[in-house]
Design a protein around this ligand. Sequence first.
Ligand code: SF4
Length: 479
Amino acid sequence: MRGREIKILFVNPGRGIYDMPPLGVCYLSSYLKKYGANTYKTVLADEYAGHNPVKVVRQFEPDIIGFSSATAQYQRATDLARKIRRVSDAPLVIGGLHPTALPEQVIREGFFDIAVVSEAERSFTQLVDALSESDFALDGGALRDIPGIAFKSDDEIVLTQPPNFIDDLDTIPFPDRSLLDLKHYLRRNAAIRSMITRNTTLMTSRGCPFRCIYCISVHRRKLREHSPEYVIEEMQSLVRDYNLEGLCIIDDTFIFHAKRASRIAELMLEKGIAQRLKWPCYGRANIVSRSEDSFINLLKQAGMAQMEFGFESASKRVLQFLKGKGVTPEDNEATLDRLARLDVRALATFLTGVPTETAEESRMTVEFIRRNFDRLAYFEILYLVPYPGTKVWEMYHMDDIISPSLWRNYKIGLNKRFPVDSEFTRNIDYEAADKAVNEVLSMMVRKQKLTYNLRFLRDRLRIAPLDTVKKVAAHFLGL
Ligand code: SF4
């Protein structure tokens, strides 16, 4: 028999346009409800959906409050934690990319009581049940046995043993999407670029076997995958429950095992899902350029509308510095050749402001984009940011020079120079990087005028013709 009812409030801190549902907390909720020893009432206060977390805390009176935070959200997470402390004694727990990278620093700062590191389902479930045993008082003794957490005990920061990752992903229940504000997350949007759809996200695997130096994942490097049957069952439930038109597959490497991805595509066709859903996925040039046309065609038949890539650089030296020896600019070019031939839209991001990148190397990237202007449905160029937890962070010894307050006082932007004078920034030719960013930006504006706006308009006309005509008329008549 289940024990007491525990009230848990999840907080998704941050503001702005961000249409990705916070799937991580949905997984925590469903995992708790399936595997925890008690009963649980879970609620999400989601700032992206316009909720006021402090108000929700007052109304809901949670026993535990769990924040989810990447580095870019951390400033907002600490602001909210400070405000919530004034109205609640519940333990404040934080998980996500930022505490995964810097668990001890996060605890030392004192905004949160407990940090959950890396993949959190198991640790969080154990933590919630342990806290309920002590009536939600922080009992350092009991917490020490829970893997994958950090906390403070008698002035000492304790980081427990590494977390237990879940090997068989099919044992994880579908994420508890009942937490989400569906008015916000299911409104039609352009998450599949240039296509306005009613969509949501789906994760069919966790982890990535590659080693890009700018990347951090809470799911470790080892790739684990759901079975095609599990994926199809989840897709069917999404189509049935939410009347979707699009589904964003957010796996790091959905196509890594062609056999599994092909089986998913076949089942989508067999079950009639492909006929209803358009979907994008992330690709990797060294996989796509070396795969069979028949594989890409099968994905396309199953509804794949576009593939997104991190092409990063047209200089082999810079590309391999960032992504390792397994990928070349020729792979990027061959990927575009193949996708153009098979009529699949290709989207790509590029990086500049990379330490040791020369003016000539950043110019090569700009030229690559110019040359492939027509074949790239979307592109952008960003400055490399040395996020905590990445290899580039380690390489430039950022731990020694970045004060914790940086993450609270600086709005991290991929379109901004990194603000701290360091070995990292001193190795960057910012004049060349700025020039590359400006040139690509003007190409982006041209591209969007040519394609994005026209497609957007076409889709808007289809969805709300009268309203669209009125808005266009108002725009041109200056009303
Ligand atoms: S950037 Fe993509 S391919 Fe590279 S390590 Fe991260 S998830 Fe893997």
